[in-house]
Ligand binder design. Structure first.
Ligand SMILES: NCc1[nH]cc(CCC(=O)O)c1CC(=O)O
Length: 310
């Protein structure tokens, strides 16, 4: 009996390892005689911990080292949080599969249960490193003061508990995967804060000529999620955004079509452009590009120009 082996490369954070182990277990469950090993690879994003993400401004901060290892053949599979994976995949690599999405929304963590964005006290202090969260939050609550927050998910929660801040915002997916749900005060409705493109899904990258890995990974691909995130990623690509731009988007494949809802917000929250369209699931990229163009035309181009020129 032949035993086949695949090597997953993963960042070393607790969340990344949870995700890599999830993929390993799913692959081994669905493919008898397959053995999957996990190899930890440190990325620039894991090393630079004292600078605001928005200031490092480097696309592929959490992914480049993993991609190098793929290209030289030291690993077969890179597992990423899809939202950290840049829209432009390097030559020689492909995004071959995405896993079924976790609930996509962000959550509010405060020191009191059930706190929501609207029930935060006046002039509350909210910590977040994400321009997307900050801008959308300020749009609803211009009185709120935001402060920078970085680090892995458990570190951010720890920093929060030791601080005098009123709340922090995190992705529901990461908090729930690490079994930290008891800290969640409320789920933030999509109509208040749109998630990051790809939030809640795992993106699986391989070398384009690794046909064995490609075949095996079909077993864990979720086609519905793939169609949704293709629309979201096409929108982001058209808006030329990396992970550090105030853009939120959420696509949903329903019986009667592919819906895409997206927003571009100025950094201080004062200006916002939000639109939703429905298109065909047969061409998700077209849906993403169409909505991006509509947003640009409506005025989002002013916001993006200002940000990219900085
Ligand atoms: N930017 C870091 C990051 N990348 C993926 C997740 C959570 C998992 C996901 O959204 O899929 C997080 C933490 C967070 O934003 O709270």
């Amino acid at each position: 009996m032949k035993i086949n082996k695949l090597i997953i490369g993963s960042r070393g954070s607790e969340l990344a390892l949870w995700q890599a182990n999830f993929v390993k277990n799913e692959l081994e469950r669905k493919n008898k005689n397959l053995f999957v090993e996990i190899k930890i690879i440190n990325t620039k994003g894991d090393k630079i911990l004292d600078v605001a993400l928005s200031k490092i401004g480097d696309k592929g901060l959490f992914t480049k080292e993993l991609e190098k290892e793929l290209l030289v053949g030291n690993i077969d599979i890179a597992v990423h949080s899809l939202k950290d994976l840049q829209t432009e995949i390097p030559k020689g690599l492909i995004l071959t599969a995405v896993t079924k999405r976790h609930p996509v929304e962000d959550v509010l963590i405060s020191k009191k249960n059930k706190t929501t964005i609207s029930s935060l006290k006046e002039n509350a202090i909210v910590a977040t490193g994400s321009l997307r969260r900050k801008a959308q939050l300020l749009h609803i609550r211009p009185d709120v003061k935001t402060v920078e927050l970085r680090g892995n998910v458990p570190t951010r929660i720890k920093k929060f508990l030791e601080s005098d801040w009123d709340a922090i915002i995190l992705a529901r997916a990461g908090v729930e995967r690490l079994k930290l749900s008891k800290y969640i005060s409320s789920y933030i409705p999509i109509k208040e804060i749109l998630p990051a493109v790809g939030q809640g899904a795992l993106g699986i990258e391989i070398k384009e000529d690794n046909f064995f890995a490609q075949k095996i990974l079909e077993s864990i691909n979720d086609e519905k999620t793939f169609v949704e995130v293709r629309a979201e990623r096409a929108l982001l690509k058209k808006l030329e955004g990396g992970c550090q731009v105030p853009i939120g988007a959420y696509a949903e494949l329903k019986r009667n079509g592919l819906y895409l809802d997206a927003v571009v917000v100025s950094l201080d929250g004062s200006m916002t452009f939000r639109k939703k369209i429905r298109g065909s699931k047969k061409d998700p990229e077209k849906v993403g590009e169409k909505l991006a163009n509509q947003l640009l035309k409506a005025g989002a181009s002013i916001i993006l120009k200002e940000i990219y020129n900085k």
